[in-house]
Design a protein around this ligand. Structure first.
Ligand code: DGT
Length: 218
């Protein structure tokens, strides 16, 4: 591909917290010509010394708006980042931020309807006026109980209070968005991968999606 004037084939990797998105992206590190953009969690944990992720989990009613606003900015940055390769793999997107996380916060009353309205207007503006491309979505589908156990084991300090109910709600919203098509927008075709499998078996599952991603690189 002439990297100067062609858009990359853009793959969004989506799934619940702890579904293995980072591991999926790492699997593709072995291939040339793919740009991997992992989620900017570290930026959320350290914005000029502030841990927004921690603030959001400790006092969601107070910090949800601030956190989601920064998530949107970092996601747009990833969507717009120039890519010198024919394929770009991105962990999450402005779409899952809006349709899964923000939606959940609205339904749970964590976001005030007025705060939601501002975030939604930003989302619409970004979609209309910025070049947010998606050619394929890889949905790492999991059971809430499986990711709950993984989150417990990985022991990320901010996530220790994540209840099963939160993961069930997020799971349902991913299903509604990517499988049931309950939201107006599903920006690309969806490939579903069984991501309940543990690490020893998951590579075979990942391989099944390789051709769909790599054939675009030739
Ligand atoms: P992985 O590799 O599938 O295990 O991915 P994770 O769990 O490292 O990454 P992710 O995006 O599912 O979640 C990272 C943390 O950030 C997790 O505590 C949930 C939170 N998070 C991610 N995006 C959003 C968002 O838009 N809003 C809220 N409230 N939290 C988010």
């Amino acid at each position: 591909m002439n990297s100067e004037n062609r858009k990359p084939f853009t793959v969004l990797v989506e799934g619940n917290i702890g579904s293995g998105k980072t591991t999926f992206l790492e699997h593709f590190r072995q291939f040339e010509d793919i740009t991997l953009l992992t989620e900017p969690v570290e930026q959320w944990r350290n914005l000029r010394g502030w841990n927004l992720l921690d603030l959001m989990y400790k006092d969601p009613a107070k910090w949800a708006m601030t956190f989601q606003s920064y998530v949107s900015l970092t996601m747009v940055d990833m969507h717009l980042r120039p890519t010198p390769t024919p394929v770009k793999l991105m962990e999450r997107s402005i779409f899952s931020a809006r349709y899964c996380f923000v939606e959940n916060m609205l339904r749970n009353g964590i976001l005030h309807e007025a705060e939601f309205a501002v975030l939604d207007e930003w989302f619409r503006f970004i979609q209309q006026h910025m070049s947010i491309d998606a050619d394929l979505i890889v949905y790492l589908k999991t059971s809430p109980s499986v990711v709950h156990e993984r989150i417990r084991k990985r022991a990320r300090s901010e996530e220790q209070c994540v209840p099963l109910k939160y993961l069930e709600d997020l799971h349902q919203l991913h299903e509604d968005w990517l499988v049931n098509r309950a939201f107006a927008e599903c920006p690309a075709p969806v490939v579903i991968i069984d991501a309940d499998l543990d690490l020893s078996q998951i590579t075979d599952e990942y391989k099944k999606s390789e051709h769909q991603i790599l054939r675009k690189a030739v």
